[in-house]
Design a protein around this ligand. Structure first.
Ligand code: FAD
Length: 468
């Protein structure tokens, strides 16, 4: 729980009005944070209310929730209820081509990431926000234009358009943010986005005889170098499998039989678990979805507007950190509000100063992890290094912390994580080098010592003499 000023803070003055654009995961959580602080919060969401709408299919079905996200949920009193509905994943389960399975733990004993249902998490966050008397949730109201000069937001809804103004606008409207468009017109605003050449498709692995078809407490990975499939468990005992592959490879598979042949070649053990007919149909249900990485700076304009979540930094999903980083945005902003006594003119620039390097760092780490997940986990050296890191972490828990542990099980700033990791790599590689050299020298000395007694030496000696 935040220790700073609570609802009472604004009791003696007119409560500030904040507009949160977007009621996705980050917008809904932010509504709770701002409401707790006593702001008059209005949330505007383009879609229907996910709590009552029938078809809620959005992006991924489930997500990996880890420490950063959990800390933010904890701060608004929601951690336990979300964790209760999550499924712990203690390790990766690597499926080789031959069907052999091997597990690689994520961290120390007791450390795990949680598979949570995206739609359910969003519903619970909206329910929590709606319990604050100072929150109003509006659905099917889509931001069309934000005018900084006039300080107004123009929305369209089924009945027509309308304009409102607020003291603060928080853009949580995702990777294609309309709020961010206003930033594009600001001098010295940097922006870049990249679509990676890979897309993704989701497939369902149903329960088998009323139970999970595979071991439930793992994130299953089928790494195949240039592409991969992963599977996360769901509460209904199914798994959601996600196939990540270059678009051009998706396009090569045009019939059910081609899909089946492809799976026979690369993911044979998954076929009986997904089911041949489901596989052939599910594959064509939706086109492959694109993945974008967005970087920008700054995240604020004066004391008027701030971007958070994917609107500020969409990242590719391979570190399972997009939502976690977005949730961390919310808690970092909340902590700043405590430290800077709710002074928006100080909080917003400070938020940019703190978050830009961190969010850019997680964007880079997420790109890096794609290669790790689909390719490096196949390498014996990589697995050996993971065990070395874990062993050294066990011996020196404060000095050596594996990269994954820092990202997933700590709140060490993401850009510090990269620095620390580079330093650790240098140290560990030096240790391994010294050990390698020592082992070679020891081996040579032993060989020299034992050689005279060895029959091989006689051969060598004879060979030596005959040469003379
Ligand atoms: P969004 O979830 O995109 O929500 C934005 C909201 O704004 C939407 O509800 C949208 O309707 C609304 N909106 C948009 N425009 C307007 C407008 N003009 N007016 C009003 N409302 C608007 N992250 C993890 O941490 N762990 C994972 O395991 C993970 N897995 C992922 C797997 C995949 C395949 C993908 C694609 C992403 C994954 N992510 C994961 C990332 C995560 O989904 C995002 O980081 C997260 O959803 C960001 O939340 P957000 O609220 O910022 O944006």
């Amino acid at each position: 729980m935040s220790s700073g000023p609570s609802l009472q803070h604004y009791e003696n003055e007119k409560a500030k009005k904040v507009a949160i654009v977007g009621a996705g995961l980050v917008g809904a959580l932010n509504a709770c944070f701002f409401a707790k602080r006593g702001f008059q919060v209005e949330v505007y969401e383009a879609r229907k209310d996910i709590r009552t709408a029938k078809d809620v299919r959005g992006r991924s079905i489930n997500l990996a929730l880890s420490y950063r996200g959990r800390q933010a949920l904890k701060a608004v009193g929601m951690e336990d209820q979300v964790v209760f509905k999550g499924i712990p994943m203690n390790a990766r389960m690597i499926h080789s081509l031959s069907g052999r399975k091997s597990s690689l733990p994520y961290g120390k004993k007791g450390q795990y990431i949680l598979s949570v249902d995206r739609a359910n998490l969003n519903r619970e966050l909206l329910n929590a926000a709606s319990e604050y008397p100072n929150v109003k949730l509006n659905f099917e109201e889509k931001l069309q234009h934000y005018s900084l000069e006039k300080g107004s937001l123009t929305f369209i809804r089924p009945e027509g358009s309308f304009e409102v103004s607020h003291d603060l606008v928080v853009g949580c409207d995702g990777a294609f943010s309309t709020v961010r468009r206003q930033f594009m017109r600001q001098p010295r605003f940097d922006y870049s986005h990249v679509y990676i050449p890979h897309g993704y498709k989701e497939l369902t692995m149903p329960p088998r005889n009323g139970d999970f078809a595979m071991e439930p407490n793992f994130l299953h990975i089928w790494p195949r170098n240039t592409f991969m499939m992963i599977a996360l468990p769901n509460l209904d005992k199914s798994f959601t499998c996600t196939l990540f592959m270059p678009f051009e490879d998706f396009e090569k598979l045009t019939t059910g039989d081609e899909v089946l042949q492809f799976f026979k070649k690369y993911f044979p053990d998954s076929i009986p678990l997904i089911g041949i007919e489901s596989l052939k149909q599910d594959y064509f249900r939706l086109p492959a979805q694109a993945m974008i990485s967005v970087k920008c700076s700054t995240y604020h304009i004066g004391a008027k507007c701030v971007l958070m979540g994917d609107a500020a930094h969409a990242v590719v999903p391979f570190y399972g950190q997009g939502m976690n980083a977005g949730f961390e945005d919310c808690i970092v902003f909340d902590e700043l509000m405590d430290q800077l006594h709710n002074d928006l003119s100080k909080c917003l620039p400070e938020f940019t100063r703190l978050r830009v390097p961190d969010d850019h760092a997680i964007g880079d780490l997420a790109m890096y992890n794609y290669v790790e997940m689909r390719e490096r986990v196949n390498s014996k050296w990589f697995i050996f290094r993971k065990y070395v890191d874990t062993f050294l972490h066990f011996c020196m828990p404060k000095t050596i912390v594996p990269l994954y542990t820092m990202v997933t099980f700590s709140r060490i700033r993401y850009h510090e994580v990269i620095k620390q990791h580079k330093w650790q790599c240098k140290v560990i590689n030096s240790i391994l080098f010294v050990m390698g050299v020592s082992a070679t020298i020891t081996g040579a000395v032993l060989l020299f010592h034992y050689l005279p007694k060895s029959p091989h030496l006689l051969v060598l000696q004879n060979w030596n003499y005959s040469f003379k």
